[in-house]
Design a protein around this ligand. Structure first.
Ligand code: ADP
Length: 480
């Protein structure tokens, strides 16, 4: 899967940085310079229109328009004003004819200036022309008796005065471009630094999805991405273990089934090659074949039970009297114990222990332990079932005075197909699956199994089952 550049996390980080740093800076500087410029223009327009009114007041007599001598005197004043105020003054009569111009360029011409026409029609106006940077302000010249007799037009260029603001704008822009470049370089490094662990995990995940379960990611430092890398490595480790366990399981199953199958094959071939052998011999061979088939059936049934437990077999939870369950179980196994002259005992530390369990499955799980206890205890030994409980759990302990299990083997006996003494166990008919089934069942019910044993002295298995069944409890808590 290849990402488009704009879908990459690096671009998203870059874009976010831009949004929080560069864009506000751009908006701030643009707004500042704009508002400075428009405030300055507003003030200039207002000042010039005041000066226009003041100039118009100075020439508000009909005689100015008509008499040269009066005009010459006032024009001298207007020249002074124009020099001081750095603006040009033009005086128009009521026909828009330019009577005087402090720049002496337009005098004697009729000019149609919109601001002048507006003033002549009674409304003074002042306008800034951004293209030329010039402000025009016109005010009506009003004679007391004759009304509007002309207009004064003041013209001022604010281009040069605006220049420092433009300079500031240009400096800000340069500053922003430099900042943008610096931020971009910084972000490229930061995002590489931030995203590298993620990319490492990503490439490990890809390798894993290609079937390479050895893939691991390099984890440095301590942040969320590193934690994710760590979690990924742990997950990969577990997957690899699960894969190994599955392979081992499949090879164990094949191996276990191969032994009786080879025996059947040999026996069947012998029967076929025996020509005219006595009937007794045929019967004996067929009996051997039958017992190998029985053994295969045991293994297959045990496997099916185990797979059912692991795959979340339907579970019928109901309150069950565990004291009664233990007594029933004991009665069922009594003939087996008697055959070996084993003393099968029942002890009740607490009566009336009732728990929410799947009674059939739990009974099978405890039977496996008791059958083992009988199987691995010599003639005349003792096997005892003890039922106890507290306000949260029920405890069923099966102890024997048998051969015991070495410390090294105590955790292994719950592994599928694990048998301490392979040859001996084949003779006793064990499949190596009994305790694995017990363990899976107990886990499924939210409990645990504890084993205490000493070689030559005997073993004691304690199954703990919560009195209340809870579906949400994690089921992989292992052994106590
Ligand atoms: P099996 O069907 O072979 O008995 P289990 O899973 O029930 O398989 O037991 C695994 C192995 O643990 C047995 O092969 C045996 O060696 C050992 N084992 C189980 N229970 C006992 C016990 N009570 N005393 C001694 N060894 C035991």
């Amino acid at each position: 899967m290849t990402l488009k550049w704009y879908q990459s996390l690096r671009f998203k980080i870059f874009f976010s940085y831009m949004c929080v740093s560069f864009i506000p800076l751009l908006i701030f500087s643009t707004l500042t310079t704009r508002s400075m410029t428009s405030a300055f223009i507003r003030n200039s327009v207002r000042d010039l229109s005041r000066s226009a009114v003041s100039a118009a007041d100075q020439v508000n007599s009909v005689s100015y328009m008509k008499e040269e001598s009066v005009r010459a005197v006032i024009n001298a004043d207007l020249d002074d004003r124009s020099r001081e105020g750095l603006y040009r003054i033009l005086i128009f009569d009521d026909t828009s004819f330019c009577v005087s111009d402090t720049n002496h360029e337009e005098s004697g011409k009729t000019l149609l200036v919109p601001e002048v026409l507006s003033a002549l029609s009674g409304s003074d106006s002042a306008v800034y022309h951004p293209e030329s940077g010039i402000v025009y302000a016109a005010a009506a010249i009003v004679d007391e008796s004759s009304g509007v007799i002309g207009a004064a037009l003041l013209v001022s260029s604010i281009k040069e005065v605006l220049e420092p603001i433009r300079d500031a704008e240009r400096s800000l822009l340069t500053f922003m471009v430099v900042t943008l470049a610096a931020i971009s370089i910084l972000i490229v490094f930061i995002s590489r630094f931030l995203i590298e662990p993620l990319n490492n995990v990503f490439s490990a995940v890809q390798k894993m999805s290609d079937g390479n379960l050895n893939a691991r990611t390099v984890v440095n430092g301590r942040d969320e991405f590193s934690e994710m890398g760590r979690a990924f490595n742990i997950m990969a480790e577990k997957l690899e273990l699960a894969d190994d366990a599955r392979n081992e399981f499949v090879s164990n199953v094949s191996h276990e089934l191969k032994t009786p199958l080879s025996a059947i094959k040999v026996l069947a071939e012998s029967v076929l090659s025996m020509d005219g052998a006595p009937m007794d011999m045929y019967v004996e061979f067929m009996r051997d074949i039958n017992s190998e088939v029985d053994r295969m059936t045991f293994i297959v049934n045990d496997l099916l039970n185990l797979v059912k437990m692991d795959g979340g077999a339907p579970i019928n939870i109901a309150p069950a009297d565990l004291n009664q369950m233990a007594i029933d179980l004991l009665n069922r196994l009594l003939p087996l114990a008697r055959r070996k002259s084993i003393n099968l005992l029942y002890e009740e530390i607490r009566g009336g222990v009732s728990a929410e369990v799947d009674e059939i499955k739990l009974s099978l799980a405890i039977s496996n332990i008791v059958e083992n206890a009988v199987k691995y205890t010599g003639e005349g030994g003792e096997v005892k079932i003890i039922v106890d409980g507290d306000h949260q759990n029920a405890f069923i302990t099966v102890s024997d005075t048998g051969i015991g299990i070495s410390e090294e083997n105590q955790t292994k006996v719950f592994t599928r197909f694990y048998r301490v003494d392979k040859t001996r166990d084949r003779e006793t008919g064990g499949t190596g699956l009994g305790l694995a089934i017990t363990h899976s069942t107990v886990l499924m019910l939210g409990g645990s199994v504890r084993l205490v044993s000493k070689l030559g002295e005997g073993s004691s298995f304690t199954v703990r089952i919560p009195l209340k069944y809870r579906q949400d409890v994690p089921r992989r808590r292992g052994l106590d």
